[in-house]
Design a protein around this ligand. Structure first.
Ligand code: PEP
Ligand code: MN
Length: 288
């Protein structure tokens, strides 16, 4: 089976979102981040972004970054500005967190993906990050989408927990409309009636987006599952479904994580997942 095979029954959406719709000619866009040659989505590489939910300290960031780099991750994630459901939860180290990410990049060579929460911070975050993450809660924050569109930085656009695929693609169109089509989509689970997982991972979004959009799509099984034990099977399923990569929360000491501790993989668990992916990828025409 060819990866990225298109379901031709879905048809062409060009009128609704002309900039990000799949076109008759040309496949999935290649999106690159980091210093050349950089990391590219929309290629044969199954790109793995890994790191802690939040940047917590110099030691936690560096230890985790070095471990995921050694195990084959392509990019480092970590939130310096954290969107939290409660205002009393740990909301990140802000500027200082960005500095720790920059230091981790200098040591590991991994490009940095980190979230920007609001319009005022886009310039600041773009000054440190290689890729700007728009979190699920901000998927329809149109002024923020336009601002990251103007920043010229590659953007990781997460799907809103209650957004349809069409709404998500229209949000991508807001970014592209400002002259920036360097966008990677990220499925991270949607709200359903099911309570045994934090969200319900909508894996069908992978082939649907593939058919409807020229943008690469990755999967975040960590936020969808909400529990570490579910992350590896969902990550393997993302590869099998044809995703261009995954984003995984990894912590050097998961029990001590200041946010999303239950879903963080420890280093050993991440090592096992990477070795599974490396073995599976060739069957799917990919390398990890
Ligand atoms: C994250 O990836 O750091 C995050 C907050 O995820 P989401 O926006 O999908 O909830
Ligand atoms: Mn998290």
């Amino acid at each position: 089976v060819a990866i990225g095979e298109i379901d031709s029954t879905i048809g062409v959406d060009a009128p609704a979102f002309p900039l990000v719709a799949r076109r008759m000619e040309g496949g999935t866009l290649s999106i690159t981040c980091g210093a050349p040659p950089g990391v590219t989505w929309g290629s044969d590489t199954f790109v793995v972004i890994a790191g802690p939910c939040a940047v917590e300290s110099a030691e936690q960031t560096m230890t985790t970054a070095q471990a995921v780099q050694r195990l084959g991750a392509h990019c480092l994630r970590g939130g310096a500005f954290k969107p939290r459901t409660s205002p009393y939860s740990f909301r990140g180290l802000g500027r200082q967190g960005l500095d720790l990410l920059v230091r981790a990049r200098a040591v590991t060579g991994l490009p940095v993906v980190t979230e920007v929460l609001n319009v005022q911070d886009v310039e600041l975050v773009a000054g440190s990050a290689d890729m700007l993450q728009i979190g699920a809660r901000n998927m329809q924050n149109h002024s923020l989408l336009e601002e990251v569109g103007r920043s010229g930085r590659p953007v990781l656009l997460k799907r809103g927990p209650s957004a349809t695929i069409e709404e998500w693609l229209l949000s991508a169109e807001y970014i592209a409309n400002q002259g920036n089509d360097q966008i990677v989509l990220c499925e991270r689970g949607i709200r359903t009636f099911e309570t045994s997982t934090r969200y319900t991972l909508d894996l069908s979004a992978v082939p649907v987006v593939r058919s409807r959009s020229r943008l690469p799509i990755i999967v975040d099984p960590s936020h969808a599952a909400g529990r570490a034990g579910l992350v590896a099977p969902l990550a393997r399923a993302a590869l099998a479904a044809g995703a261009d990569g995954i984003m995984i929360e990894v912590h050097c000491s998961p029990g001590d994580a200041l946010s999303d501790a239950e879903q963080a993989l420890g280093i050993e668990q991440f090592a096992e997942l990477m070795s599974d992916l490396v073995r599976m990828a060739p069957l799917l025409g990919r390398t990890v």
